[in-house]
Design a protein around this ligand. Structure first.
Ligand code: NAD
Length: 290
């Protein structure tokens, strides 16, 4: 079955970005979120991002209109039932994701591919919530999804060869390079990235340097495009905490124990850019400055 229509569950940081990327590459998109305000915010965010593509000269005004027209928003999951591929991008909470997969499994015909954008959970375990584990796979997009041309592909134990191949072709059709990871906690990206982000928070907690100096040192000294604390704010501190908790529990390794300062910030609702404050205060500074 050819993929024409893509359903995306969750219109937060990742869902909105993935929807935009899919629409810009010609797919019809149904973007679902339980929160109507998030859907409005997603649309505003996508419009702004498309404007930046026009400013850079990589998108025409007609292309912008065309992409926007391809995205249909809804608060009802059932709107997704006739999609050829569904990408789940709800919060990094295992039970929430398992429930969505179970619902999707009953709602969509068996040939619909069900993908998760999870950062750290086992695809095999998510697939257990369905009656058709062979159609479940991991397609892990990066943030910001419209800008980073890369997808980590993960097969669960039961993922069929055909579904893995279609997932790969789909990601390539979005102009993304695809690298396959084993179904291990955090896959490649977060297994390697999260200890660095966590260590930057430990360094901050220990008073090694200020937020700005830790980031500046890592940008200047190691040629990273963005410092680890600014990156954590971009990812969302709640997401970072969930990923570290999964790595810590699943790998039973102290290297992944989340720093208490991170948990404290999440407890205070300091979630990074999406809440206006994380390691940086986005009400005081322009987000483009970090
Ligand atoms: N933030 C990142 O940098 C990043 C990068 C790669 C992967 N991921 C992964 O992508 C997924 C989403 O992360 P995010 O940062 O976009 O989270 P987010 O919190 O920004 O967005 C999640 C959205 O899901 C919605 N939602 C919750 N329950 C729902 C339901 N039952 N039905 C429909 N919508 C529902 C919420 O209203 C929210 O808008 C997570 O698994 C995360 O680990 C995140």
């Amino acid at each position: 079955m050819e993929i024409i229509k893509v359903g995306i569950v969750g219109a937060g940081t990742m869902g909105a970005g993935i929807a935009q990327r899919c629409a810009m590459h010609g797919y019809m998109v149904v973007l679902v979120d339980t929160n109507p305000e998030t859907l409005d915010a997603a649309e505003a965010h996508i419009q702004k991002s498309l404007d930046r593509f026009i400013e850079k000269g990589t998108l025409s005004p007609e292309g912008r209109l065309d992409a926007l027209a391809k995205i249909h928003r809804s608060t009802e999951l059932k709107q997704i039932s006739d999609c050829d591929l569904v990408i789940e991008a709800v919060p990094e909470k295992l039970e929430v994701k398992r429930e969505i997969f179970s619902e999707l499994d009953w709602m969509c015909p068996p040939e619909t591919i069900l993908a998760s954008n999870t950062s750290s959970f086992s695809i095999t375990r998510l697939a257990l919530s369905t009656r058709h584990p062979e159609r479940v796979l991991g397609l892990h997009f990066m943030n910001p999804a419209p800008l980073i041309d890369f997808v980590e592909l993960v097969r669960g134990k039961e993922t069929s060869e055909e579904v893995a191949e279609k997932g790969k072709q789909f990601a390539r059709s979005l102009a993304c390079e695809v690298i396959e990871s084993k179904d291990a906690p955090g896959f490649i990206i977060n297994r390697v990235l999260m200890p660095m982000v966590n260590e930057a928070i430990y360094a901050l907690e220990a008073g090694v340097a200020s937020v700005e100096d830790i980031d500046r040192a890592m940008v200047q000294g190691t040629h990273q495009p963005v410092g680890p604390l600014a990156l954590a704010d971009r990812i969302g501190l709640d997401v970072v905490l969930s990923i570290l908790n999964t790595l810590h529990q699943e790998l039973a390794d102290e290297r992944f124990r989340p720093c208490a300062l991170l948990a404290e910030y999440v407890h205070q609702g300091r979630l990074g850019r999406k809440s206006g404050k994380g390691f940086y205060d986005y009400e005081k500074i322009s987000p483009t400055k970090v």
